[in-house]
Design a binder for this molecule. Structure first.
Ligand code: AKG
Length: 270
C-alpha cells in the first residue's frame, strides 16, 4: 500500500502526534483516499476489545447473527456495536492519535456517523467491490474534486494477513472522474491484484475515504476476522444508504450519560 504512516514510540507513549506526522497523514489521505496507520493504538487495548467482541458477537450462533444484523457478503456481517464497556470509551472513538488526524481531514466540527464492525467468518468469499455510499452529486467531476465528507477508520481485532484477507483498496479512485465506470468494470471483472492491500497488525488502523473503491477479501483462515469501524463525517451528512434497518450507533441502556461532556457533540446526530 502506497499510503502508509507509522506512529513513533514517543508519539504513542505521549499520545500526541507531531505536527509533521499529522500533516503528512492528511496529505497522504487526501491524495490516496486511504491511509494505513501503523502503531495507532496500544495492542493491550485492542486485545481487550477483541475478547469482548468475541464473547458478544463472534460466539453467537450464525443463525442469530443473520436474523439481527446486516449481511454484507458471503458469511460477512455488518454489526452496529452496542455501546457499553469496553467499546464506550473515548480512547476508542476520540483517540488522541487517530481523532486529530480525522479532524484535520474533515474539519473540527466532524461527528460520528456510525460505529460498528464487519465480521467475516472462515470461508467467507470476496465481497462485491463497492463505494460505501453512492456519489453525492450527479457530476463525477464535482464528486472527485470536493474535499472528503466522510471517512471510515478501521480497527482490526485480529492481525490481518493473506489468510484472513484484508480490505482491498483502489487508491486514488475517490478523486477520479472515471470512478463510476471503473467500479462497473471491477464489478463485472474483479481485478483484486490491482488493488492496494494493507496488512495491519493488531494496534494498526486504516482510514478510507467514503468515495474510495474497495472490497473485503475472502477469509481463508480457520478463524473469524472482526474489524471495528468508526465512520466520521461532516455534521450535515446523514448516511441513509447503509442504515435503514439497523441503527448506525446503538447505546446500551444508561450508557449515553457516560460520554464525557466534551465529546457529546460527536454523537449529536444519534
Ligand atoms: O470486510 C472488509 O474488509 C470490508 C467490508 C466493507 O468494506 C463493507 O462492508 O463495506
Amino acid at each position: 500500500m502506497i499510503s502508509t504512516i507509522a506512529v513513533s514510540k514517543p508519539e504513542l507513549q505521549t499520545q500526541q502526534l507531531l505536527e509533521s506526522t499529522q500533516n503528512q497523514a492528511r496529505e497522504l489521505f487526501l491524495e490516496h483516499g486511504a491511509l494505513w496507520v501503523k502503531n495507532a493504538i496500544p495492542r493491550s487495548f485492542v486485545d481487550e476489545l477483541a475478547a469482548a467482541y468475541q464473547q458478544i458477537y463472534t460466539d453467537q450462533p450464525i443463525k442469530k447473527l443473520r436474523k439481527k444484523h446486516a449481511v454484507v457478503g458471503d458469511q460477512r456481517f455488518m454489526i452496529s456495536i452496542k455501546l457499553k464497556p469496553p467499546f464506550n470509551d473515548p480512547f476508542l472513538y476520540a483517540n488522541d492519535i487517530l481523532f486529530p488526524m480525522v479532524q484535520s481531514i474533515l474539519g473540527s466540527q466532524c461527528v460520528i456517523s456510525s460505529f460498528g464492525s464487519v465480521l467475516s467468518f472462515p470461508g467467507a468469499q470476496h465481497q462485491a467491490i463497492h463505494f460505501d455510499h453512492p456519489p453525492l452529486f450527479e457530476s463525477p467531476e464535482a464528486c472527485g474534486s470536493i474535499p472528503p465528507y466522510a471517512l471510515t477508520v478501521v480497527i482490526p481485532l485480529v492481525d490481518i494477513n493473506q489468510k484472513t484477507g484484508s480490505t482491498a483498496i483502489w487508491e486514488g479512485s475517490h478523486r477520479r472522474a472515471t470512478a463510476r465506470q471503473e467500479l462497473e468494470v471491477l464489478s463485472e471483472t474483479p481485478q483484486w491484484s490491482q488493488a492496494s492491500v494493507p496488512s495491519p497488525d493488531r494496534g494498526d488502523a486504516y482510514l478510507m475515504d467514503y468515495r474510495v473503491i474497495h472490497g473485503g477479501m475472502a477469509n481463508n483462515a480457520d478463524y473469524a476476522r472482526p474489524i471495528l469501524y468508526l465512520v466520521y463525517s461532516r455534521p450535515w451528512f446523514q448516511d441513509t444508504f447503509n442504515f435503514n434497518d439497523q441503527k448506525p450507533v446503538r447505546f446500551a441502556a444508561g450508557e449515553r450519560k457516560n460520554i464525557p461532556k466534551k465529546f457529546r457533540h460527536l454523537f449529536a446526530n444519534h
